[in-house]
Design a protein around this ligand. Structure first.
Ligand code: GAR
Length: 202
C-alpha cells in the first residue's frame, strides 16, 4: 500500500476531532501531515483552527461554486492539488460527491457518535444522535469510525468503541463523554492505518 500521510479534512463546525488529530501529528504521535481543511460553512471554527495550525483553510459550498457537480470537482481538485492521501471527515454534514468518492475510493474516513448501524443515516448527526440514543432508552452507545460511501453512515466499519449511558445522562452529558472517546479512537485508527495494522481496500 502506498504511504498515506498527507491529511485533508472536511468539517462543518467546531472541529474538535480535527484538532485532536492535528495535535497528535504535531506531537509526533501520528506520523502524518495535516495540509488542508475544507468547510461548507464559512464561519466554521474548524477553518479558523486549521489556519492557526498552518493548514490551507478553504470555504467551498454551493454558495461559492454553484451546482453540486462544480463543487464536487473543485473539492476534488483542491484535495489533489495539496497531494492529500487520506480525506478525514470531522463533523462534516454534507454528502460526498461522486468525483471525490471515486478519486479517493476507500480513502475517505468518517467518525460517527453512535454504534453504527444504530442511530445513523440521514438527519442523524451531532446532538440529534445523542437525543435519539436517550429517547430509545439505550444503556450503551459509542463511537464508530468507518469508510465513506455514497450513503450516510453506511460504509465499511473500521473500529467501534462502546460508551455506557448512565441513568442521569442527558444528550449534553452523553455527547461530552462520547466526544472524548471520539478524539482518542479517531487518532488510534489513523495510527493503525498509517502503520499498516489496518489495511484499507485497494
Ligand atoms: C462529532 O461528534 C462527530 O462524531 C459528529 O459531529 C461532531 C462534530 O464535532 N459527526 C456526525 O454526527 C456525522 N454523522 P467536532 O466538529 O468537534 O469534531
Amino acid at each position: 500500500m502506498p504511504e498515506l500521510k498527507r491529511l485533508g479534512f472536511l468539517a462543518s463546525g467546531r472541529g474538535s476531532n480535527m484538532l485532536a488529530i492535528i495535535r497528535a501529528c504535531e506531537s509526533g504521535r501520528l506520523p502524518a501531515s495535516p495540509v488542508l481543511v475544507i468547510s461548507n460553512n464559512p464561519d466554521a471554527r474548524a477553518l479558523q483552527l486549521g489556519s492557526e495550525h498552518g493548514l490551507e483553510a478553504l470555504h467551498m459550498s454551493r454558495r461559492t461554486h454553484g451546482d453540486a457537480a462544480s463543487l464536487d470537482q473543485a473539492m476534488t481538485a483542491a484535495m489533489q492539488a495539496h497531494q492529500v492521501d487520506l480525506v478525514i471527515l470531522a463533523g462534516y454534514m454534507k454528502k460526498i460527491g461522486p468525483q471525490l468518492l471515486s478519486a479517493y475510493a476507500h480513502r475517505i474516513l468518517n467518525i460517527h457518535p453512535s454504534l453504527l448501524p444504530r442511530h445513523g443515516g440521514r438527519g442523524m448527526y451531532g446532538m440529534h444522535v445523542h437525543e435519539a440514543v436517550i429517547a430509545a432508552g439505550e444503556t450503551e452507545t459509542g463511537v464508530t469510525v468507518h469508510l465513506v460511501n455514497a450513503e450516510y453512515d453506511s460504509g465499511d466499519i473500521l473500529a467501534r468503541r462502546t460508551v455506557s449511558v448512565e441513568a442521569d445522562d442527558d444528550a449534553e452529558s452523553l455527547a461530552a463523554r462520547v466526544l472524548e472517546v471520539e478524539h482518542r479512537l479517531y487518532t488510534e485508527v489513523l495510527g493503525k492505518i498509517l502503520s499498516g495494522e489496518i489495511t484499507l481496500p485497494e
